[in-house]
Design a protein around this ligand. Structure first.
Ligand code: IMP
Length: 175
């Protein structure tokens, strides 16, 4: 990968520290409960993998897949479900884990879908929030980092061509 094109925006060490704190908070909130954690694929897989290792409670993992970007770096606004859960969510405490909220369209769509299945509770945590680009209000319990309006990848997020998800840092494309 050509590192001349990007700068490190958030280092792996900062990411892990942020996740450790969030894991402690969620461990307290859900203490004594058996929850369902749903990473939103594909981007949320790495954040979720680190987060659950910092949560000391009983939990199950389910997956939801959503696609909204295609090959471009701008949201099309169109959300497609690419993978659905297998467990019933009715009456369950659900924690949705997403990589980034940008326009908010993807999370709005996915939260509506989960709520239609009558969970006991639903919280959403996101790694990154690009507030400047929000188009719809979306209910987020915690975001680990607010970021400026720059295209980022690494740590689960792809560089719009499907690559770069394996970088341990979050990097931003140079303007
Ligand atoms: P939204 O629907 O516009 O909020 O976009 C959310 C989805 O767009 C995320 O799940 C990401 O897959 C993708 N996305 C938004 N911004 C970026 C970015 O800067 N880099 C990589 N993917 C992004």
């Amino acid at each position: 990968m050509n590192s001349n094109n990007w700068d490190v925006l958030i280092s792996s060490a900062r990411i892990q520290e942020g996740i450790r704190k969030l894991g402690l908070e969620l461990t307290e909130i859900y203490s004594g409960k058996k929850i369902v954690v749903i990473p939103l694929l594909r981007g949320g897989f790495m954040f979720a993998a680190d987060l659950v290792r910092n949560m000391n409670i009983d939990l199950q993992i389910e997956f939801l897949g959503a696609a909204s970007y295609g090959e471009q770096t701008k949201s099309s606004g169109e959300v497609r479900l690419t993978l659905d859960t297998t467990l019933p969510l009715s009456g369950r405490d659900v924690l949705l884990v997403e990589d980034i909220v940008d326009t908010g369209l993807t999370l709005t769509y996915i939260q509506k879908l989960i709520k239609s299945r009558n969970p006991a509770s639903l919280r959403t945590v996101v790694m990154l929030d690009k507030k400047a680009r929000r188009q719809v209000d979306v209910d987020i319990y915690r975001c680990v980092f607010d970021i400026p309006d720059r295209f980022v990848f690494g740590y689960g997020l792809d560089n719009s061509g499907g690559f770069g998800r394996n970088l341990p840092d979050i990097v931003a494309i140079k303007d």
